[in-house]
Design a protein around this ligand. Structure first.
Ligand code: FES
Length: 64
């Protein structure tokens, strides 16, 4: 993940994802490069849309 011409704010949300706020370039495991202004990254491992959070952390009762 690479910041693109701006400051990044990164917060770990209690019992949820990592919030990345700011322009970033993200390289996915298949080599696809995407640019985002804000994203929520899964840290519970249960998302069906990795690396993004899809709300599954609520269903599994993720604590962290
Ligand atoms: S943190 Fe939300 S699905 Fe994993």
């Amino acid at each position: 993940m690479e910041a693109k011409d701006s400051l990044l704010k990164v917060r770990i949300l209690p019992n949820g994802p990592i919030l990345v706020d700011g322009k970033v370039e993200l390289t996915l495991s298949d080599g696809t490069v995407v640019e985002k202004d804000k994203l929520h990254l899964c840290r519970c491992g249960a998302s069906n849309n990795k690396p993004y959070c899809d709300g599954s952390h609520v269903k599994i009762g993720f604590k962290g």
